[in-house]
Design a protein around this ligand. Structure first.
Ligand SMILES: Cc1ncc(COP(=O)(O)O)c(C=O)c1O
Length: 416
């Protein structure tokens, strides 16, 4: 008897995406080679060559200079270096500068170091408002700078939001900051390799990258930082990477990161066109089959194509718990993500949705579907075929947990 495998659809590429064959090859080839890039013998020098060639590739893919690339152990580390390193250096230069301006929809890798600096290093945090689509209110930033420019240590606004896919007005942020000489950092973890990112043209002072969202391995990333940007080191040790990020360089990871990024950028026009078409079919299909679903974040149909990441679709499902939807979809073969984080085992509504004005109740029913380089029409078809049944079950579970049961016989609701 032959067993037909159950079809599955991986729709969580924004969490992590599979490594590309080119990245796997670059990684595994290098794993077999000994040599610390800081060693002076020939094996060390060969490893150093790999790192420097990769640095040139990363820089070339993102409009940066090789000397602006600081390799890190991923996006979280690069964000920590940007927030803490910039705050400390700016505060030491002028103790008046205590304010850290961050958008209210930043990833925790930016928010948490900022709040840590408030608790431990005298920082004052200003959360910059976003509109109902999750796009930064640039007027609010301008007003904040007009009132407190000289006391501002740094600004951090992500290039694209990981939950809603909203692309932020980085050029406007940089233009607003320039007259005050305030450095601007952007977490481009979700943008790099997905949409055009040009560090020099952006005017940014620092930019965060990670490899595992664009086809490279987990545990390697970079902070792009202008040469003249003063950054206090967060990791101390051997003095690698301009003395701001000590630690033995991961030649295999770095080589694979560069291969993945180069490939993602080269294939971007074709990938974008394919993903936009898939995403728009997914959005239209969900709206058609599940009338209680609300698209969150920019609407490509109403706001134009340029405001949302090509592979992102995000919905709330009224009356459902995101966790119930996620587990039911998973058992039907569809893997996606809720926007919520768990605290002590209790799901918390997403700070991103709350910042856009969505109520706590609605925010609980959030699901993000994110497409990537291996996504196909079959993935979207599977989601659309199982979603209505899953939403019915999750709605019934939601009503039951609220003390209301559906009487199937009479088709009416009764309170249990
Ligand atoms: C916007 C954003 N920033 C930072 C990170 C953290 O990156 P890493 O997983 O490489 O530490 C993520 C990953 O989820 C992210 O989506």
């Amino acid at each position: 008897m032959t067993v037909t495998p159950t079809p599955t659809a991986y729709l969580d590429h924004a969490a992590t995406t599979p490594m590309s064959p080119a990245a796997i090859e670059a990684f595994t080839d290098q794993l077999a080679v000994a040599g610390n890039p800081s060693s002076l013998h020939s094996a060390g020098r060969a490893a150093r060559r790999v790192v420097e060639e990769s640095r040139e590739q990363v820089a070339a893919a993102l409009g940066a200079r090789p000397s602006e690339v600081i390799f890190t152990g991923g996006g979280t580390e690069a964000d920590n270096l940007a927030i803490k390193g910039l705050f400390w250096s700016r505060r030491v230069a002028n103790p008046q500068r205590r304010r850290i301006l961050v958008s209210a929809v930043e990833h925790h890798a930016v928010l948490d170091p900022a709040f840590w600096m408030a608790e431990h290093a005298g920082a004052e945090i200003v959360l910059l408002a976003v509109d109902s689509r999750g796009v930064l209110d640039v007027e609010a930033l301008r007003a904040e700078l007009a009132a407190h420019g000289p006391e501002t240590a740094l600004i951090s606004v992500m290039w694209a939001n990981n939950e809603l896919g909203a692309i932020q007005p980085i050029a406007d942020v940089v233009a607003a900051a320039r007259p005050f000489g305030v450095p601007v950092h952007s977490d481009a973890v979700q943008a790099a390799g997905q949409i055009p990112v040009d560090f020099a043209a952006s005017g940014l002072d620092a930019l965060t990258l990670t490899a595992h969202k664009l086809g490279g391995p987990v545990g390697v990333g970079a902070l792009l930082a202008r040469r003249d940007l003063a950054l206090t080191p967060v990791l101390h040790g051997g003095g690698q990477e301009r003395g701001v990020r000590s630690g033995t360089l991961d030649a295999a990871g770095i080589r694979s990161f560069a291969a993945a990024l180069t490939e993602a950028v080269a294939l971007m026009p074709a990938t974008t066109a394919r993903l936009v078409a898939l995403r728009d079919r997914l959005i239209a299909g969900v709206r058609d089959r599940v009338p209680t679903a609300t698209l969150r974040g920019p609407d490509p149909a109403a706001d134009g194509a340029g405001l949302r990441l090509p592979g992102n679709a995000h919905f709330t499902f009224a009356g459902c718990e995101g966790d119930s939807l996620l587990y039911l979809l998973d058992s039907a073969g569809v893997q996606c993500s809720t926007g919520s984080a768990c605290q002590a085992g209790v799901p918390q509504p997403s700070h991103v949705l709350l910042a856009t004005g969505v109520g706590e109740e609605d925010a609980r029913g959030a699901l993000r579907f994110s497409l990537g380089h291996i996504s196909t029409d079959a993935d979207v078809d599977l989601l659309l075929s199982v979603l209505p049944g899953v939403v019915d079950r999750a709605t019934a579970a939601g009503l039951a947990s609220a003390g209301i049961g559906l009487s199937r016989n009479r088709g009416t609701q009764e309170v249990r």
